[in-house]
Design a protein around this ligand. Sequence first.
Ligand SMILES: Cc1cc2nc3c(=O)[nH]c(=O)nc-3n(C[C@H](O)[C@H](O)[C@H](O)COP(=O)(O)O)c2cc1C
Length: 220
Amino acid sequence: MERRKLLGLITAGAASFGGLLAVNAQNSSASDSLEIPVNRSSRPIKRGNKTLVVYYSKTGRNYPDLELTVGNTARIAHFIHARVGGDVFEIVPKRPYPVDYDQTVDQAQREESQNVYPAIKEMVPDTDPYSTIFLGHPVWWGEQPMVVQTFMRDRDLNYGTIIPFVTHEGSGFGNSLDVLDQYYPEARVLDGFSARGTDVYDNPGAARRDVNAWLEGLGF
Ligand SMILES: Cc1cc2nc3c(=O)[nH]c(=O)nc-3n(C[C@H](O)[C@H](O)[C@H](O)COP(=O)(O)O)c2cc1C
């Protein structure tokens, strides 16, 4: 994808978030509620104290014209896991995103604007045993890819500590922290980590050092 198109996309990312809320409002039967449909169980939850690193990352064709055998966010996820331990769950869409980058960009925009929640391939783990969840994803159109939002919709993480991490190409977290708050208003959200995907690709050693310094700052 040419840089001009990506920049347009990054700016549009913010606008699309407003669009998402509007769509939610439109689809909602509860008059003008803006609430995202999240599964909130009413049963008492017995939480364990385990740590889970959960992430989505797109391997294959990526920006700018790279063929990634390990996605940018996946690299960060592995660095985190190497330091903090615990379990790892990779969110894999049941229907893979197109190999073609531009087609993925178009599909992602459609999913966001139409509020589509793509199915996840593997059974999502029960998150009750985990009190600390690192949640990672590339920033797509200024927020979490919708397949990540499928996970967020289906798992109530309100009672845990969530630590977001993202890779992007200029927008930083974009609106993703607001989206996180929409799904989990009662969670304890710690300072997250963000890096440009191309920086992670060009210099994974530096990215790893940055991740370790960030984790150390959080007390891990
Ligand atoms: C569908 C799509 C939408 C994207 N939207 C944004 C965006 O809004 N802001 C941004 O900075 N980067 C955007 N990017 C760039 C990715 O966030 C970046 O390349 C990221 O490092 C990819 O991570 P991954 O290898 O883990 O999938 C987008 C990429 C794709 C494929």
